[in-house]
Design a protein around this ligand. Structure first.
Ligand SMILES: *Cc1c(COP(=O)(O)O)cnc(C)c1O
Length: 364
């Protein structure tokens, strides 16, 4: 699925150099590298403020907490996402309320949001799945009408654009994950929050550090969720390559799409949006057969995600049932992610394409 060896050839020297610098500095938590990363990633997304945190899940949790969302509150989100999206809502004591996705983007369907709003609804937690942006214009309009906050789970979507704006900085607060396999990945866990609102910035900044901004003075209950200097240093090196790598992903995606259309459902390229292809997913009836065929041919593939959140055991207490979100359920049975990483060679991609095509000719 992903091969990081080629990337490492490029990155090993500059990363070893910067790690040595950090080690010699003796400053390992909340230092110069982290501050620089906060400045540069905020700048990259177009947000006024950036805060490094321990991981993407914490980014979501701290953002919800900064918005004062907790017990008795409801947060609307998609059932078709990584578990952490719903988990963060439950962790702050709020109730996740799921709304089905669109067939086109695999993201929350704005036309179904209003029906899910109650007097307890506080926010919409939007996910930009696989690097494809959700319908932000419609979502922001609903949020404004009903006075809801918008949190962006942009964990898979750093650099994704919508009408020339980068995700994360479109809603009230945006969350990123720098988990190693994400489009901008550390060598361990790391996450990030961006916002244009000073009060939210100050709140998250303290929440991640025991509710404190002055040593041993604690304003409220927070947690320990800081991004360490070694990870920040690695991310600063990798940030320089981000746009080049995202462009490579788009080139690989374009070739897949040209090769598979119209035989497979491929990710749509939508006007005024820039997809960053964290995953390149196709959709087909006999998904499991294709996955098996790829495995036999030595090609990786994966299903993101086989069980929608409303059918997860952990969310049984919400009392959803099979059939509640038909688009998410259907997609979970049909979706398949193909090999996608910046250093995927033309030769290897051609082998993936010819293997898929052979399968389609025989069994499609
Ligand atoms: C990766 C991911 C997260 C969680 O990020 P971690 O850094 O692993 O905690 C949350 N939401 C989505 C959509 C993700 O892909």
């Amino acid at each position: 699925m992903v091969d990081l060896k080629e990337e490492l050839k490029l990155l090993r020297e500059p990363i070893l150099e910067t790690l040595t610098e950090v080690i010699d500095s003796g400053q390992y938590i909340l230092g110069g590298k982290g501050e620089k990363l906060e400045r540069l990633v905020a700048q990259y997304t177009g947000a006024a403020y950036g805060i490094g945190v321990a991981n993407g899940t914490d980014a979501l949790q701290l953002s919800l907490q900064a918005l004062n969302i907790g017990t008795g509150d409801e947060v609307i989100t998609t059932p078709f996402t990584f578990f952490a999206t719903g988990e963060a809502i439950a962790q702050v004591g709020a109730k996740p309320v799921f709304v089905d996705i669109e067939e086109e983007t695999y993201n929350i369907d704005p036309s179904k949001i209003v029906d899910a709003i109650t007097k307890n609804t506080k926010a919409i937690l939007v996910v930009h799945l696989y690097g494809q942006v959700a319908k932000m214009k419609e979502i922001m309009k609903i949020a404004k009408t009903y006075n809801l906050s918008v949190v962006e789970d942009a964990c898979q979507a750093i650099g994704t654009e919508y009408d020339g704006k980068r995700v994360g900085a479109i809603g009230d607060i945006g969350c990123f994950s720098f988990f190693p396999s994400k489009n901008l990945g550390a060598f361990g866990d790391a996450g990030f929050v961006v916002t244009n609102q000073k009060t939210l910035y100050e709140k998250v900044n303290r929440l991640r550090n025991h509710g404190s901004d002055e040593k041993y003075h604690h304003l409220f209950i927070g947690s320990n969720s800081r991004l360490d200097e070694l990870q920040a240093a690695i991310l600063l090196v990798k940030l320089k390559y981000l746009d080049t790598f995202l462009e490579k992903r788009r080139i690989i995606a374009k070739k897949y799409t040209e090769s598979f259309n119209p035989f497979l459902k491929t990710p749509p390229i939508i006007e005024n949006r820039k997809h960053t292809f964290h995953q390149y997913c196709v959709e087909l009836d006999n998904r499991d057969d294709l996955a098996l065929e790829l495995t036999k041919s030595g090609i990786g593939s994966a299903v993101y995600y086989p069980i929608p959140l409303h059918l997860q055991k952990a969310f049984q207490y919400l009392q959803y049932k099979n059939g509640d979100f038909p688009v998410a359920e259907k997609t979970a049975k049909r979706i398949l992610a193909l090999p996608m990483f910046p250093m995927l060679t033309v030769q290897k991609q051609d082998y993936v394409i010819s293997t898929v095509k052979k399968f389609l000719e025989n069994k499609g």
